[in-house]
Design a protein around this ligand. Structure first.
Ligand code: GRF
Length: 223
């Protein structure tokens, strides 16, 4: 792929299904994301997302925690391999390992994540069931910079859908993925690839202006 952007080498870290990765692959194919998906790293041998990468011709490497004697050694090995790819941006997309402070500092300002909730609500796991339990009228996902605070780094863009009366955790999670996640992550990554997005002193800048609050989009015509 020609080098079109100024910051377009994108590395993606996955652990599982890889639907967000697929969203990025599709966005590149559709011309909505001018990034080059240079490498996918995965910590699980049988992750379905690996097949998505292979089909798209993206090189993959499995870096398994079991092959390293400590969490710190795993993080260092992963960091070394990531650096070798010379990424401009690193997207965590369902990567299920908590990264050390050292790792986060090393890639500060170029490390993004997507979390399936309207942050700062529902950090952590099982977000969809927790939303249903609380009776929230809306739910969604947030793309944010990664900091030491788990799911607490500076948010960039969130997207939401209405919670339906007949939703269960599976239907809600599926709708958030299809209607929100696969749209907002490529959008933020495109800003990143175009050099429009930056993190300075833990504040998010878009087009040189600090974001007073995270951007939000409602996906209300959802199916
Ligand atoms: C997504 O819901 C993402 O927000 C969360 O983990 C899930 C990963 O799904 N961090 P997939 O691997 O992209 O299908």
């Amino acid at each position: 792929m020609p080098d079109r952007g100024i910051a377009n080498r994108l590395v993606v870290l996955i652990s599982g299904n890889g639907r967000n990765l697929q969203g990025m692959i599709d966005a590149v194919a559709a011309g909505r994301l001018s990034a080059e998906l240079v490498h996918v790293f995965c910590d699980r041998q049988n992750a379905a997302g690996l097949t998505r990468a292979w089909r798209a011709g993206i090189p993959t490497t499995i870096v398994s925690r079991r092959d390293h004697e400590s969490r710190a050694a795993f993080d260092r090995a992963l960091a070394r391999r990531i650096v070798a790819e010379r990424p401009d941006w690193i997207a965590l997309a369902g990567f299920m390992r908590i990264l050390s402070s050292e790792f986060v500092q090393q890639f500060a300002g170029k490390l993004l994540n997507i979390h399936p909730s309207l942050l700062p609500k529902y950090k952590g796991l099982d977000t969809h069931s927790r939303v249903l339990k609380s009776g929230d009228p809306r739910h969604g996902a947030t793309v944010h910079f990664v900091s030491d605070d788990l799911d607490g780094g500076p948010p960039v863009l969130s997207g939401s859908v209405a919670v339906r009366e007949d939703d269960d955790a599976a239907t809600l999670s599926d709708r958030v993925m299809r209607r929100v996640e696969v749209h907002i992550y490529p959008r933020v990554l495109e800003w990143a690839a175009q050099g429009r997005l930056a993190l300075r002193d833990q504040s998010v800048f878009l087009d040189g202006e600090p974001l007073a609050s995270p951007l939000h989009e409602s996906f209300d015509d959802d199916q």
